[in-house]
Write a protein that binds this ligand. Structure first.
Ligand code: IMP
Ligand code: MG
Length: 182
């Protein structure tokens, strides 16, 4: 298959993801029982994870989305983001769960939590499928984490390189020659 040739290894299989998402959903359902859960994602990477995770939630939940673009130049994220599409929901009184694909430096998320925290939610927590702790800023912590992975560039299950590979059903490590070609 064309896409598979661009990978040097499959890091997490579809089955491993499925089992983990089930487990996370069960835990979140227990923890949020009797609360006012709102699951939200930043487009687009986390959409696949959110779509699967929400179907493992056995209590009432609402879902919402927001789109952001990073300010500043080049590849180095400044963490300062511009909201391109805001949430439809006013957060007051909600127990907000931010659903993320991968937490890397945590800069973007750190900034988001500060913005969303000013909207009087009852609580804000973070669930991320992948955790790359290698380059983490201080002070960003995950409440729910799927897999801790090494500091390598991964694609699939929503994660992209140049908008491609999001549709792979598993998570793989992209060959260096693919992104060094550019
Ligand atoms: P942070 O602000 O450094 O935590 O950036 C996190 C964001 O960077 C994620 O939501 C992804 O969009 C992107 N990202 C970080 N690592 C990877 C990766 O290995 N593959 C694809 N996207 C990644
Ligand atoms: Mg992203």
């Amino acid at each position: 298959m064309e896409m598979e040739n661009d990978l040097c290894e499959i890091l997490i299989t579809a089955k491993e993801i499925r089992d983990k998402v089930k487990e996370m959903g069960a835990q979140i359902s227990r923890d949020y029982k009797g609360q006012n859960l709102l699951m939200m994602s930043v487009l687009k990477g986390a959409v696949v994870f959110l779509a699967d995770l929400m179907r493992e939630i056995s209590i009432h939940t609402e879902v919402d989305f927001m789109a952001v673009s990073s300010y500043g130049k080049n590849t180095q994220t400044s963490g300062v983001v511009r909201i391109v599409k805001d949430l439809d929901t006013a957060l007051e009184g909600y127990d907000v769960l931010i659903v993320e694909d991968v937490l890397d430096s945590g800069m973007t998320l750190n900034y988001l939590i500060n913005i969303l925290g000013e909207r009087y939610p009852r609580s804000i927590k973070i669930a991320a499928l992948l955790d790359k702790p290698g380059r983490r800023l201080e002070g960003v912590k995950l409440d729910y984490c799927g897999f801790v992975i090494p500091d390598e560039f991964v694609v699939g299950y929503g994660l992209d390189y140049c908008e491609r590979y999001r549709n792979l059903p598993y998570i793989g490590v992209l060959k260096k020659e693919i992104y060094q070609k550019q």
